[in-house]
Design a protein around this ligand. Structure first.
Ligand code: AMP
Ligand code: MG
Length: 469
């Protein structure tokens, strides 16, 4: 196994992490390997059993500098002063053939000093879920961490459901810096670490950013773009805690997440999100809240705190407008409008209200707009017809609404019931549904496997995804 490591995080001060190796597993077996991603990273996988040992955590590859990262974060609004990689080990970084530096991290690789009450492990279901959904997100053109490998461990792990097969995911990310990485040093008053981290983040992600406020501006822009992209594909992250909010602007942590079937602004999938804090429609507002936590942390490094707070506040106050603009741009494209004005917001909101009233399928309704059969997605067809008259009138003057809609409305998203079926099959050693999903989701704007476009039947509906990850 040749992984061309080029590590930078491991050279940061010792207070940033704890060095330790992954914990070996009983019987590592390679379930999935992402050849395209490996090629991008310049990794030569070599033979399968060696890949299983490396990505299962049994063999530390040459050049790796394994460590668990420290961070903190607000979980469902309350601050937890110490989280950190409780079940993940950063092996190191590589610079891809595209010149981009990326982390290679094992997730589910055993306990660390940050494990608290956890076992440091993951079970097969969430590992395959993250593999499929993160790769689907990438294929949709939305910034995300990616999946390089999935390895089964041959060890049982215990969750509420009982004993389940253990697995390890190899996650690839632009970095694992989060809002919570800044919070931990800010809350502890470790100003020097905070400055070091700020400079590191700027160098790694936003080399043109001017100081901490430039970094804040850049993260706000990247995250606003990300969250509006989620909205446009009906994605509900499920755990938008500050430790799951990246500095890079990539989607991270596919826990109790889901793509919606029937549209509803208040839709929640996570079984632990009783209050609906992270409901679909709340995501932009929560993002602003998370970015305000980043701002609060960044200002701790200024001598003149009053002036810094004023500047940071202005930056955060500008985010809702950015979100509205990006939301409008992305949803306008979905209905064929390439240069939207504020007045188009009403047209789009009316369509969403109709979809919500009828429980119409989000993906299929938008996709059907490209063809002439969107009407069939609604139960109140007269109401849809009234809307469609206004809509056709509006897009008449647009350059090529058809083409714009076709590239803005995916035919296929990873539906929750298909993920669930895929996991059930994998539990009985049948990886074909996993392969099939990956194949179809790799080209989401093409109708390569129409059966996968179908919303769940009443019996197939998976109402919640559990946090028992
Ligand atoms: P998450 O909800 O996945 O973002 O995780 C929140 C925190 O809990 C992170 O610090 C994780 O490392 C930690 N954690 C989650 N699951 C486990 C586990 N099974 N063992 C140890 N730590 C865990
Ligand atoms: Mg997390």
């Amino acid at each position: 196994m040749l992984i061309p490591f080029d590590n930078s995080y491991a050279s940061l001060p010792e207070g940033f992490f704890t060095r330790l190796d992954p914990t070996p597993v009983k019987e590592p077996r390679l379930l999935a390997f992402n050849d395209d991603l490996a090629a991008l990273l310049g990794i030569e996988a070599g033979d399968l059993s060696e890949a299983a040992r490396v990505f299962g955590g049994n063999a530390v590859p040459q050049g790796a500098a394994p460590l668990a990262q420290l961070y903190a974060g607000h979980q469902f609004g309350s601050y937890n002063p110490q989280l950190g990689d409780g079940r993940a080990i950063l092996l190191g970084e590589v610079i891809g053939i595209d010149g981009v530096r990326r982390d290679i991290q094992l997730k589910g690789s055993g306990p660390t000093p940050y494990s608290r009450m956890g076992d440091g492990r993951a079970w097969l279901g969430p590992v395959l879920r993250e593999y499929v959904v993160s790769e689907a997100m990438h294929a949709l053109g939305i910034p995300t961490t990616r999946a390089l490998a999935a390895v089964s461990t041959g060890e049982p792990i215990w969750r509420e459901e009982g004993a389940l097969p253990g697995a390890v995911l190899t996650r690839v990310a632009a970095s694992h810096l989060r809002v919570g990485t800044f919070q931990v040093f800010a809350h502890r008053g470790e100003t020097e670490h905070l400055q070091t981290l700020t400079n590191y983040a700027i160098q790694r992600h936003y080399p043109d950013a001017d100081g901490p406020m430039g970094l804040l501006r850049a993260v706000c822009a990247a995250q606003a773009d990300l969250v509006t992209s989620w909205m446009a594909v009906g994605f509900i992250h499920g755990v938008m805690n500050t430790d799951n909010c990246t500095i890079s602007g990539e989607t991270i942590d596919y826990g109790p997440c889901a793509f919606m079937d029937a549209f509803h602004q208040a839709r929640v999938f996570s079984s632990i999100d009783q209050q609906g804090r992270y409901a679909y429609g709340n995501q932009p507002g929560i993002l602003v809240w998370n970015l305000a936590q980043l701002a609060t942390s960044l200002v701790q490094q200024f001598e003149d705190k009053e002036a810094a707070v004023e500047e940071a506040t202005a930056i955060i106050h500008a985010v809702p407008e950015q979100l509205e603009r990006l939301w409008l741009e992305k949803f306008a494209a979905k209905v064929g409008i390439s240069s939207p004005t504020k007045a188009d917001t009403g047209l789009i909101e009316d369509l969403l209200a109709l979809m919500q009233k009828d429980g119409a399928d989000f993906t299929n309704s938008f996709h059907a707009l490209c063809k002439a059969d969107a009407r069939d997605q609604f139960t109140d067809r007269e109401a849809f017809d009234v809307w469609a008259v206004k809509w056709r009138d509006r897009i008449e003057s647009q350059p090529d609404p058809q083409a714009l809609m076709t590239r803005s409305n995916p035919a296929i998203i990873p539906r929750n019931h298909r993920i669930e079926q895929m996991i059930q099959a994998a539990l009985s050693a049948d990886m074909e549904p996993f392969e099939r999903l990956n194949r179809a989701l790799a080209r989401p704007f093409e109708a390569t496997d129409p059966d996968l476009h179908r919303p769940p039947t009443q019996e197939e509906i998976v109402p919640a995804t559990f946090c028992g990850t």
